[in-house]
Write a protein that binds this ligand. Structure first.
Ligand SMILES: [Zn+2]
Length: 205
């Protein structure tokens, strides 16, 4: 019944995944107002770092420069000649998803659920769900079962993951062009209102 979360993550330490063209996929740094977008990029399998709380502009630019990340921000005053910056509009997730798909070639089903939504680490597949501590009802799912090597969270393809996957699929299939302008899902928020709403909590369901 449940759909498996798609391609598995690379083995730890095996380096970044590449896209269908063999090109290294883009890596992002999201400012604090785009925490929600960072989580969705991670859900799609992209390396999306989130700015440290209270980071100043200089810190953001330094991280992006040092780690070779594209800086996604709602702050139009943020500029630097040696950092790739995309100023995003204050709009809903579907429109942001369209922009990233069209401008950066984001495949919203690149490697779904291969990264921890909370801290961006690549997930490791769990060999024995019982030994790993996957709760009994979830063990009946077809898997895969994964664990974050950084925070220890366990993930499985429960209903929460299936709903997220359906949303990723809709963004992948969405027609080109503006997705209807600003929505109720208004995106850029004050950092205080978005941090830290932990992912599928302790466990993905
Ligand atoms: Zn984690």
């Amino acid at each position: 019944m449940p759909s498996p979360p798609g391609p598995r993550s690379a083995e730890p330490g095996s380096g970044p995944r590449t896209g269908p063209s063999g090109k290294r996929p883009p890596r992002f740094l999201c400012d604090a107002m785009l925490a929600h977008l960072a989580r969705w990029l991670r859900a799609a399998g992209y390396d999306a770092a989130l700015a440290p709380p209270q980071a100043c502009d200089g810190t953001l630019l330094e991280i992006a420069r040092r780690e070779g990340r594209i800086l996604l921000t709602c702050d139009r005053s943020l500029r630097a000649p040696d950092v790739e910056i995309r100023h995003l509009p204050m709009t809903g997730l579907p429109e942001l998803a369209r922009i990233l798909r069209e401008e950066f070639g984001i495949d919203w089903l690149h490697a779904p659920f291969s990264r921890c939504l909370v801290d961006n680490a690549e997930l490791e597949e769990v060999g024995d769900p019982i030994a790993a501590g996957i709760p009994e009802p979830a063990r009946r799912l077809p898997g895969p079962f994964t664990r974050c090597p950084r925070c220890g969270r366990l993930f499985w393809p429960g209903s929460h993951v299936r709903r997220m996957r359906a949303r990723l699929e809709s963004w992948k299939r969405a027609p080109p062009g503006p997705a209807g302008g600003p929505s109720r899902d208004a995106f850029c928020r004050k950092p205080d209102s978005v941090v830290p709403r932990a992912g599928p909590s302790r466990h993905a369901r």
